[in-house]
Design a binder for this molecule. Sequence first.
Ligand SMILES: [Zn+2]
Length: 356
Amino acid sequence: MPDRGPRPFRFDAEVSPGEKRHFKHEVGETYLGDPVEIPVTVVNGTRDGPRVFFSAAIHGDELNGVKVVQEVADRYDPADIHGTLVCLHVLNVPGFLAQQRYIPIYDQDLNRSFPGKSHSNTAERMASAIYRTFVSQCDLGVDFHTSTRNRTTMYHVRADMGNETVSRLARAFGANVVLSGESESGMLRSVATAAGTPTITVEMGKAHRFQRPLIDRALEGVESVLAEYGVRPDQPVTWPGWRKVIDSAAEKTWLRADSGGLVDMEWGPYPLVHEGDTICTVSDHFRTEERVVTAPFTGLIVGILENPLAQPGHPLCHLVRLDGETTRAVENEIERGDAGGYRADGLRWSGDGEAE
Ligand SMILES: [Zn+2]
């Protein structure tokens, strides 16, 4: 990036080079006519460099990223960076207040509403305000998510690896597993990427929790991204030890329950399963009937049910096929006792200290 000298970050106000400012920015109004405001921190470096946004809680109950963004906003000062950090702490404020995924009460998905329109529905108006004011001014971005409630997800990145600028960003973040693919229309990452702001999604753990080991990994990922793009030029870019990019054509499937009842998870502790392995059983209350759910192919469990009740059709497990080479790499990692990407602190990957 050519050195233009440090620039002010302008919206309806201005954050000068060398300044760090915390503020709330209005993106809508409540039924009472009060402002709906998102908390924002802009850290404008004393030296020029890229503008990077970090966003969380676009789904209101996905909290791990909220903690990541809080700590990013706290950790870096203008003298530490070349460029600008734009920390969007909570995007879906109405959902955050209600601790639910979508914008109440009509359940609009903010992450299907970008770039938004200023004269459309609530979600699109919010999206438009966020997008125009902040995202469109940035050179790259990282959007933090978790699984939806009652499930958990392995720590991984989602990114369109066919796009070179996105691939560079995804690699710099340093996750072991990258699920490649274009996203659905209206998603922040696809819209921003198409408009020239390469953006990745980080999926980490479960909703409604702060999971410290995952948050720490994500902070390392942020540091690595800042190093890669010269925002923190003296820092190293992280290499995670191994990396698997699972392309969009790879076989992946949600295994679903065929009967209602109680679910006992049998997999683990690592989310690598071989074809035919038992993943879980579903039994009725009298244990007269028990269905065994097995892996249809060798692969990684990237998402799993946590609330242990199921009815027919209920998703139990999101499984992605691994080729032989990657399977062996993962097995070696496990044998070395080095599979930190899977389970933090010696537990399953949930990473929040809960014994399972
Ligand atoms: Zn989400």
